[in-house]
Design a protein around this ligand. Sequence first.
Ligand code: NDP
Length: 445
Amino acid sequence: MEHYLDSVFDHVRTLNPGEDVFHQAVHEVLDSLGPVLERHPEYREARIVERLIEPERQVIFRVPWVDDAGEVQVNRGYRIEFNSALGPYKGGLRFHPSVNISIIKFLGFEQIFKNALTRQGIGGGKGGSNFDPRGKSDAEVMRFCQSFMTELYRHIGEYTDVPAGDIGVGGREIGYLFGQYKRLTNRYEAGVLTGKGLGWGGSLVRTEATGYGTVLFAESMMATRGEAFDGQRVAVSGAGNVAIYAIEKAQQLGATVVSFSDSSGYVVDEDGVDVDLLRQVKEIERGRVSDYVDRKPSAELVTDGSVWDVPCTVALPCATQNELDEAAAKTLIDNGVKVIAEGANMPCTPAAVELFQEAECLFGPGKAANAGGVATSALEMEQNASREQWPFERTEDKLTLIMKNIHDECAETAEEYGDPGNYVLGANIAGFRRVANAMLDQGII
Ligand code: NDP
């Protein structure tokens, strides 16, 4: 089986040269699949793995727009519709200067298994652009979003493909994208995008869902060892949507969160992060983490080293891919970390994950631990379809149950395959099985 999976991986590398993070994401999944393919020869006969690694459709397009100085700017847009065995393609849009085909494919590939774990009937996709919203005026962001949607609209729809936010795409961007979709199609198709404003089709808890869900997943892992968040010292990276609400939930559960970061450095706040101040600085003023430090005497800004130098018992990486490497993992372990849950997508490098597993830390991979965001997006679609808006508590209860079910399925699957506590194996096999069975039923397409 190893030989077969190696040859599939070689094929992925040959066919997609230079796409390093996509290769990394595929390798991480293939690495878990040997035992499930041994038990299910029908998956191999139907070439499920070979079909899964090939996106169903890839769209790349030009996005021209005019900046405030009247200059013409050109960006590149992407939408990768990876797999629709379980439902319409579903996954966010990322606007960041680093975006390229490899990043969007890695995110889309991960999304297939994450969405399968939620059991909500959603396929996997992802999109975005190398546009950088930082430092742009609202009018520039609006013109960019309108141009982006002028191509994207023909590929999406509530039964086809349902984008949402990711890095650089929040409520403001979703609003401009939805407005242009509505204008082009002459349809108020609320279920075509998620992460909408609360006054026009958005779901309560969607903003909080990814960060809250990550902490809930970590809480379930900790419960297997009779531990809880109360009294833990937590380090968080990032200062965006996922980080802010991971901090809020960890503190609600009694932990002290002592760090957060952005690309300009990291902040240590030994008194515990003031999440209202952080939200004010990042969400309302769109400022930098240094603006928080200017207003909080107990906080210190560090611009060299790594946020993972901060000693903690729980680490929640919530910024971006490959932000926590082997050296950072070693420092965390030496400093006593016991639990790591990935709020971001693939923030830990493979070598870091291996070290955490060797040290018998509880490690929750992103495709399980951060699935609360997309799960609540699917709840938003459900509310749009029934023209309802559920109260906060009802929606949060559903999120809590979904995260508990994801945790339990990963744990049970890891046990079934002889490696209890290995959430990477459990998540990959449980997600893969659900997609593979649907693909078998639907024939060779
Ligand atoms: P945001 O844009 O809201 O925030 C991203 C944060 O991470 C910012 O503080 C940003 O700092 C920081 N960051 C980004 N790149 C780097 C970098 N190279 N080095 C250091 N810091 C960096 O994005 P989200 O919070 O939505 O997303 C964060 C992660 O969570 C991503 O991996 C995303 O894919 C994942 N995710 C998000 C979901 C969601 O619902 N939003 C759902 C599931 C996963 P700066 O502003 O300086 O760039």
